[in-house]
Structure formats: structure tokens, C-alpha cells
Design a protein around this ligand. Structure first.
Ligand code: PDD
Length: 281
């Protein structure tokens, strides 16, 4: 296994970072997770555009051009044998001389860390045998800028852990009675033939997979609305899906203790999964 740290490739044990790094002290950093299939990065530009936006929102200097990011990601994928891997990349504000909530001035060099992780074979690859996931609903306890892909993931981690402890794989979050997203995914519902997902705002991360699913629905004539979803509409949905770069589109067949639809991945999910796999090829 090889990881990348500040310009060099090395074994994970050799990648050492200062405890003064603001990523460590303040979770002052931004990250991305980019999937690669057969060693080829998927939706790379879209991920890079979001990375640039997140960095700009928190005023961390982007240390690399898009071409440089691509070259480093591809080199890291090759160093780890290619195949189906996701690239995790993180940029923090860097190591300051002393702990101070305000940014170091003058600015210090951002810390760049990258690693790869295997991608499990997604449910969408085999729609006929997919079994579906369980989710629970929880109060969205996060901050007011969830559109920034920040490494400050303690609330997300606490929420996901609650889901896992309850025997579920994801927490679907509610703010003021409306669905925002999952602890690490976006949410779609289908009711009476119409698909819906919450609009992009500061309350959710604008998922790259979400955008692709919206695009595929438009392309293939599936009725889709970007609109607010109430807790009641979630509970009464015929289908619930969650999306992310590492899991693609996953059907949810149980919410809290209730069965969704007939307890099997629904027909709209199957149609979408088919289009998703076609698109990937
Ligand atoms: N998480 N919402 C949140 C809060 C997320 O953390 C993620 C992704 C998504 C889906 O975004 P995308 O489709 O661009 O992956 C939505 C990544 C995979 C992670 O934290 O590992």
C-alpha cells in the first residue's frame, strides 16, 4: 500500500504529520472521495470543481492545478494496483507555530494527504439480486454549512454510529421536519412514479452521485422533482434510495422499524440502477 503526503509516495507508516497541523487541532481541512473503476477516475472534473469550491469557501489555498491533481491521483491509483478503488484526498490549512483559532498569518503551506480504499461491488451492478439497506431517521445535529466538504465529521460520525448500533447502515437526517441527507450520502424518494430529492442548499452536500442520478432521470424520462421532502413523505415513500461516490445508488427497504414499499428494491430503483451501470461503462 502506498499513500501520498506533500509531494511524495510512501508506506502509510512513513506518512507523518505534525500535531500542530490545523487539520489535527481544529479539523481545519477539506476532503474529497473520488471513485475509480478499472483504474479510471469517474466524474473527476466534478469532484475537482467541488474541491475548489470547498477550499475557496474556507480560504485554504488550493496547492495544485486540476492537471496536477489528476496526475497525482492517477499515480496513486497505479501505485496501488489500479482496479476499483476510491481516492481519498485531504487538504488542511497546514501546521502553524502556535495554536490560535484565527488563521496563521502569513499563511503556511497546506498539508496534502491522499490514500486509496477498495470499493465494494455496488448494489446497482446486480439489480436483480440486490437486497437493500436499512436506515433510521435522526435529528440533523450538524452546522449550517453542510455544503462545504469539511473534515469536521464528528457529528456525521456520531450519527452513523447510532445507525450502526441500531442495526442500520445509514442515518437519514431531519432538520425542522424536512429530510436533508444521510450521514454520508444524499437521499431520494419515489412516490406514485415520481422521484424526488431535496434541492441543493447550505443544508446538504451537493453530491456528485446525486447530480448524476438527477441527470440520468432527465436523460431517460423518469419524472424527478428537486424539492423539500417532509418526514411524513419519507415514511410513506414507495422507494427510498441513498447515493454516494463509494456506494453509488442503494435502495433502502427498511426505515426505523417500518418496511418501505414491499420490502424489496423497487422498480424505479432497478430502472435507475440499469441506467447507472450503462453510464459507467
Ligand atoms: N461522503 N452527503 C454527505 C454528508 C457525504 O459525506 C457524502 C459523501 C455525500 C455524497 O456525495 P458524493 O456523491 O459526491 O460522494 C452526501 C463520502 C463518500 C465520504 O465521506 O466518504
Amino acid at each position: 500500500t502506498q499513500v501520498y503526503l506533500n509531494g511524495a509516495f510512501m508506506a502509510p507508516a512513513d506518512a507523518t504529520i505534525s500535531p500542530m497541523d490545523r487539520g489535527f487541532l481544529f479539523a481545519d481541512g477539506i476532503y474529497e472521495v473520488i471513485p475509480a473503476y478499472n483504474g479510471v477516475l469517474f466524474r473527476f472534473e466534478e469532484h475537482l470543481i467541488r474541491l475548489e469550491r470547498s477550499l475557496a469557501e474556507v480560504d485554504i489555498r488550493n496547492p495544485h492545478s486540476r492537471a496536477q491533481w489528476r496526475e497525482r491521483c492517477e499515480q496513486l491509483l497505479r501505485a496501488n494496483g489500479g482496479g476499483n478503488l476510491s481516492v481519498y484526498l485531504q487538504v488542511t490549512r497546514g501546521a502553524a507555530e502556535k495554536r490560535d483559532h484565527a488563521f496563521p498569518s502569513p499563511a503556511v503551506t497546506p498539508t496534502v494527504f491522499m490514500m486509496t480504499n477498495p470499493i465494494a461491488i455496488p448494489a446497482a451492478d446486480s439489480p436483480e439480486t440486490a437486497v437493500g439497506a436499512r436506515a433510521i431517521t435522526l435529528d440533523d445535529i450538524r452546522w449550517a454549512r453542510c455544503d462545504i466538504k469539511s473534515v469536521s465529521l464528528l457529528p456525521n460520525s456520531l450519527l452513523r454510529q447510532q445507525a450502526v448500533a441500531a442495526g442500520a447502515s445509514e442515518a437519514i437526517l431531519l432538520r425542522d421536519g424536512f429530510v436533508t441527507e444521510g450521514s454520508a450520502s444524499n437521499v431520494f424518494i419515489a412516490k406514485a412514479g415520481t422521484i424526488a430529492t431535496p434541492p441543493k442548499s447550505h443544508a446538504i452536500l451537493g453530491g456528485i452521485t446525486r447530480d448524476l442520478v438527477v441527470e440520468l432521470c432527465h436523460q431517460h424520462g423518469l419524472a424527478l422533482e428537486e424539492r423539500e421532502i417532509t418526514e411524513m413523505q419519507l415514511r410513506q415513500a414507495d422507494e427510498i434510495w441513498i447515493t454516494s461516490s463509494t456506494k453509488e445508488v442503494v435502495p433502502v427497504i427498511q426505515l426505523n422499524n417500518a418496511i418501505i414499499g414491499n420490502g424489496m428494491p423497487g422498480p424505479l430503483w432497478k430502472a435507475l440502477a440499469h441506467h447507472y451501470v450503462q453510464h459507467k461503462r
